[in-house]
Design a protein around this ligand. Structure first.
Ligand SMILES: *Cc1c(COP(=O)(O)O)cnc(C)c1O
Length: 448
């Protein structure tokens, strides 16, 4: 494969942008990432004309793949050409808000913003404003965008900023705990119960190798937050309108959060975020309430049209059957390959999300016939249960360097574009086909 044009572009980019990129993870590929010229269905073509099956899909937003249906294209073009935006309301914001309220039972009211980061920033402020409390409980390895309250590591007793530029005093209002660990949450509520504004979690850790909740974990979070008058916030920026179809992951798990953050798919490929939830809480946003929140571009007509047309297309067509069916075939195929060639590795994901975590230890090969066969579900009866990653620390212990330095590049050379490191998730789109799945499984077979 020739990458001359990408190398030249990256050389130019390095001179004018930090790391040559506008979002850190894009530079994770060494020595330089390929630059994309265009998308086509489930594929992308790079600046040198190389074609790849694309399982990155914009890191989540592109439910329909790169070829937008006519209705989506028309909605975007109509709203762009009528004048891009106005600083005063438009009908399409109401249309998308009504659609979300109709399909996601926990959402009675919604505010649109411009990124997932902005959504979680605003949700945290809203939770603090509504409860009059300071602390936010987050999960290690949970990702809520590039924001001060959640870029926090360490442990519950000693939280510390995980990025330069965040004062220690900010981090002290954030309480990080391991995912899937009920005792850790109990301890935190014992110590700080009356100052916890919210527990903020992804329903499935989607930015850390994909970790599924153990049975009952979200019910437990719902119960303990209720008992202490804290809010439960689901960050569904990845899982929203991907897991559990139009009802989102909360419908799949049967747990009703107080607030939900959205992003990615809800904007149909354009910059977006949203905060939805109980009306009496969301009403605390200005102008009805005293929690300030605003944005010049919020509810942008082009984004609203792209989001609405995408979701309406998904509602009227076999989109979720298609992407979830291919996701299932991928995870089953990968489970067979892994059992055969790398039995300690764990296949994760659900619906249209998938990943192979290069876990170092596993059960004996003989027992693998009874494993979760289409992605790790944390079933206590699975022979992998003692080994499968249950939280961020477990994923971090995997062979992340092999993934990054050896595996990613060899898959790329076979024309398969996987996400940039062991941690980011991979996505099936409506543009993918059975052939894409077959070709990808063959490549895994070769490379693993
Ligand atoms: C991507 C993501 C975000 C951040 O969204 P941006 O649009 O990149 O700011 C927040 N939370 C989760 C769960 C995400 O996956």
């Amino acid at each position: 494969m020739n990458h001359d044009n990408s190398r030249t572009l990256y050389d130019r980019a390095l001179s004018v942008m930090p790391g040559g990129v506008n979002s850190a993870v894009r530079a994770a590929i060494e020595p330089y990432p390929f630059f994309v010229r265009r998308g086509a269905g489930g594929h992308v073509v790079d600046a040198d004309g190389n074609r790849y099956i694309d399982w990155v899909m914009g890191l989540g937003p592109l439910l329909l793949g790169h070829d937008l249906p006519e209705s989506v294209r028309a909605g975007i073009q109509r709203n762009a050409s009528e004048g891009p935006m106005y600083g005063t309301p438009t009908e399409i914001e109401v249309d998308l808000a009504e659609f979300v309220v109709r399909h996601v039972p926990s959402v009675e009211k919604i505010r649109f913003v411009n990124s997932g980061t902005e959504a979680t920033v605003s949700a945290v402020r809203l939770a603090r404003g509504y409860t009059g409390r300071n602390k936010i409980v987050v999960m290690h390895g949970g990702y809520h965008g590039a924001q001060e309250s959640t870029l926090v590591g360490g442990d519950a007793e000693n939280p510390s900023p995980s990025s330069a530029g965040i004062p220690q005093s900010f981090a002290e209002h954030t309480v990080p705990v391991p995912f899937n660990d009920e005792d850790a949450i109990r301890d935190v509520f014992d110590a700080h119960g009356d100052d916890i504004a919210a527990v903020l979690t992804e329903p499935i850790l989607g930015n850390y190798g994909i970790v599924h909740p153990e049975e009952g974990y979200h019910e437990f979070l719902r119960q303990i937050t209720d008992e202490h008058g804290s809010l439960l916030i689901f960050d569904e920026v990845i899982t929203g309108f991907r897991v559990g179809g139009l009802g989102c992951a909360q419908s799949e798990f049967g747990v009703t959060p107080d607030l939900t953050t959205f992003g990615k798919i809800i904007g149909g490929g354009f910059p977006v975020g949203a905060i939805g939830g109980r009306a009496d809480i969301v009403e605390h946003f200005a102008p009805t309430g005293d929690v300030f929140q605003a944005g010049t571009f919020s509810g942008h007509p082009v984004t609203m049209a792209a989001g609405l047309e995408t979701l309406q297309f998904a509602a009227a067509n076999d989109v979720y059957d298609h992407v979830n069916g291919l996701g299932d075939r991928l995870r089953r195929g990968l489970s067979d390959i892994v059992a055969d060639q790398a039995p300690s590795y764990t296949v994760t994901g659900t619906d249209s999300m998938f990943k192979v975590i290069f876990t170092r230890d596993g059960p004996g090969k003989e027992s693998l016939e009874e494993q979760c066969d289409a992605g790790c579900r944390q079933h206590p009866t699975c022979p992998r249960y003692d080994y499968c990653p249950k939280n961020a620390a477990d994923v971090k212990d995997a062979e992340t360097e092999r993934w990054r330095r050896i595996f990613w590049g060899e898959m790329k050379d076979q024309g398969i574009f996987l996400s940039q490191n062991q941690f980011e998730c991979q996505f099936v789109s409506y543009g993918h086909t059975d052939d894409d799945v077959e070709e990808t499984l063959e490549a895994y077979k070769d490379v693993l």
